[in-house]
Design a protein around this ligand. Sequence first.
Ligand SMILES: [Fe+2]
Ligand SMILES: [Fe+2]
Length: 312
Amino acid sequence: MIDLEIQDGSDDPARTADYHLLYQRELERSAALRSELEIAQNQSHAFARELSHLFQHSKKQRRELASTNSQLVRYASDLRTTITELRGANQELQEAYRDTIFRLVLASEYKDKDTGNHISRMSRYCTLLARRMGLSQQEVDNISYAAPMHDVGKIGIPDSIILKNGMLSDNEFIIVKSHTTIGSVILENARGAVLQTAQVIALSHHEHWDGGGYPQGSRHATIPLPARIVALTDTFDALTSERPYKTPYPIDLSCEIIREERGKHFDPEIVDLFLTSIDDFVSIKREIDKREPVYTSTTVVLSERDRKCPVG
Ligand SMILES: [Fe+2]
Ligand SMILES: [Fe+2]
């Protein structure tokens, strides 16, 4: 602010010089202010330009981010579709595999009219026991697929012996026993885990825990676990099913026979698991046979063959 007091009519030269000086100072101050203003304006423009650049840049980044994001969403969706398709293909392959095994076993035991159900029950019984034993899902699956092939070696045994109603002669029994080694030969040198398990089962499913079985007389844990599982489930299934030489035994008698063989024919731990799971076994049997099993009977007489060797 210019603080001037102007008196009209004054002609004092000293005062005029002061005014002039003041005027000059004000001019200089105003020029300095203008220059500062100009600098400030330039800076403001520069800031505005920078801000505009930043805004444009962030807008571009947001667009790029949005595009990357939608691309990722598309990838995720494609991946989901691919995984679903792969799962479907894998499922189809597993079903085809199971179907092939089922039909091959059916062909090898075609003469026995109950074979189809026997295969299905064996697979389910073994799956149940393998799970209860805490085996891995892979091991459970292997046993589930492999168990139905346990008697594939019967393809090499004459029908006259397989379908015989009465007692087998000693010689016939020797021939029957060879279905284990025949099955093992049929399944040997397989590359896949399922057929390798099937070979082990085919060879050893008639071994006994106490060493009294065949073909090798192996005992205890030297008998492969899948074969020990099949030994029990196969016997339970044979006892509770119709055979050319016998009618189905009731559940309670079959359990009693198996309990009697605890630590002799069968692994004691597997017998205990089986007996505590008997309701689930019966459910499987009922579901596959589509009829109620006989639980108890006072009129059952053991067949001559089972009195000699209750192993199915
Ligand atoms: Fe067998
Ligand atoms: Fe069998």
